[in-house]
Design a binder for this molecule. Structure first.
Ligand code: NAD
Length: 341
């Protein structure tokens, strides 16, 4: 049994990582400051499990990090500002958590001589790819959004700790995760809950932006695989090869909810929206990892889950009302000042 600190454990992926660790008998300490994305609802299901402890705190606070990770065997850093759209509105906040916060946590991990540190990064750090290309774990990073740039900064600092100090840091670069307990601001939950309610579905631009999708429990197993069998100073892509244009994701959600395509409304695209991401996960597969749920089954399960958990997502939607007003009802007005020309 190991004692593992999971930061951001009240968020989407972090909560599934906590669950997977607890299920195999590890002790988990979750450090999370419960931003808009972190949900007390996610904690409820974890707090019902034995060997789980929650600490409310910010990874950018050195004393909190030191106290929380004392005596831990490993740290998995899932804490981050994660919503690309929000990163357009508050880029400095993203850099603060995703770069400075990660660096602060790494300093504490080094001081405590933590055995393993997994930095959970994203495929968005590679930037957009042309059709037919897939990023390998050694492809140079060319992030384009404030979110992706902050994540790239965080993971580069993490890898520098492996190189400079010998800290056992491993990085995961995951494709898009989806599944239960994801905040309803993100694409699949947003389209699902709006379709369930018969509301219009705001699709950015032509909807042909392509993303690779991984069901969240498969994603969490990928993180655990890297924690257990990864290698110091290396990055591991988590990917399934299932690459789907956003418009197709929305069409599938319409079919699963029995709604009509007339609900789709094409809205002004996200500024700087990357057209395509795709990863080559050969290195992770070499450690024995395989995704278990394909996109068709995973999406059906996800839609069924949101149908059955309205109380959970309704509370989060209500709390995000002002953001939704800005991003959707007043989209043109919100986006106009973001361009300098
Ligand atoms: P999320 O927004 O659901 O969860 C992030 C969690 O971090 C929240 O609980 C939030 O409260 C917490 N947090 C934010 N700032 C913090 C701080 N300063 N101190 C402590 N806690 C803080 O995001 P997610 O989708 O679960 O993403 C988790 C990680 O996985 C992130 O690092 C993200 O970049 C990465 N990732 C996500 C995806 C995806 O598709 N969701 C894909 C690849 C990588």
């Amino acid at each position: 049994m190991s004692r593992v600190v999971v930061t951001g454990g009240a968020g989407f992926i972090g909560s599934h990582v906590c669950e997977a660790l607890l299920a195999r008998g590890d002790e988990v300490v979750c450090l999370d400051n419960l931003t808009d994305a972190g949900s007390a609802g996610n904690l409820e299901r974890l707090e019902a499990m034995p060997r789980f402890t929650f600490v409310k705190g910010d990874i950018a606070d050195a004393a909190t990090d030191r106290d929380t990770i004392a005596g831990a065997d490993a740290v998995v850093n899932c804490a981050a500002e994660t919503h690309v759209d929000r990163s357009l509105l508050t880029p400095a906040r993203f850099a603060h958590t995703d770069v400075f916060g990660a660096a602060t946590l790494l300093e504490a991990a080094l001081e405590a001589r933590i055995g393993r540190f997994v930095q959970v990064s994203t495929d968005e750090v590679y930037g957009p790819l042309a059709a037919g290309e897939a990023s390998e774990d050694v492809t140079p990073l060319r992030p384009t959004s404030p979110y992706a740039a902050s994540k790239a900064g965080g993971e580069l600092v993490a890898l520098s700790f492996a190189h400079t100090y010998g800290l056992d840091v491993r990085v995961t670069r995951g494709c898009n995760a989806y599944g239960p307990w994801q905040h309803p601001e993100k694409l699949i939950p947003l389209m699902t809950v709006r379709a369930l309610g018969g509301e219009r579905l705001p699709v950015y631009g032509d909807g042909l932006q392509q993303r690779e999708w991984c069901y969240v429990t498969d994603f969490a197993r990928g993180v655990l695989t890297v924690l257990d069998r990864g290698e110091r100073g290396k990055a591991f892509n988590i990917g399934t090869g299932e690459r789907v244009p956003n418009a197709d994701v929305v069409a599938r959600i319409l079919a699963l909810t029995g709604r009509d395509a007339a609900l789709v409304e094409h809205v002004i695209d996200r500024p700087g929206h990357d057209r395509r991401y795709a990863v080559d996960a050969t290195r992770l597969r070499g450690l024995g990892w395989r995704p278990e749920l394909d996109f068709e089954r995973g999406l059906a399960e996800t839609v069924a889950w949101y149908r059955a958990h309205e109380q959970w997502w309704r509370a989060l939607l209500d709390a995000s009302q002002e953001y939704f007003e800005r991003m959707y009802a007043r989209r043109a007005e919100t986006l106009a000042p973001l361009r300098s020309v």
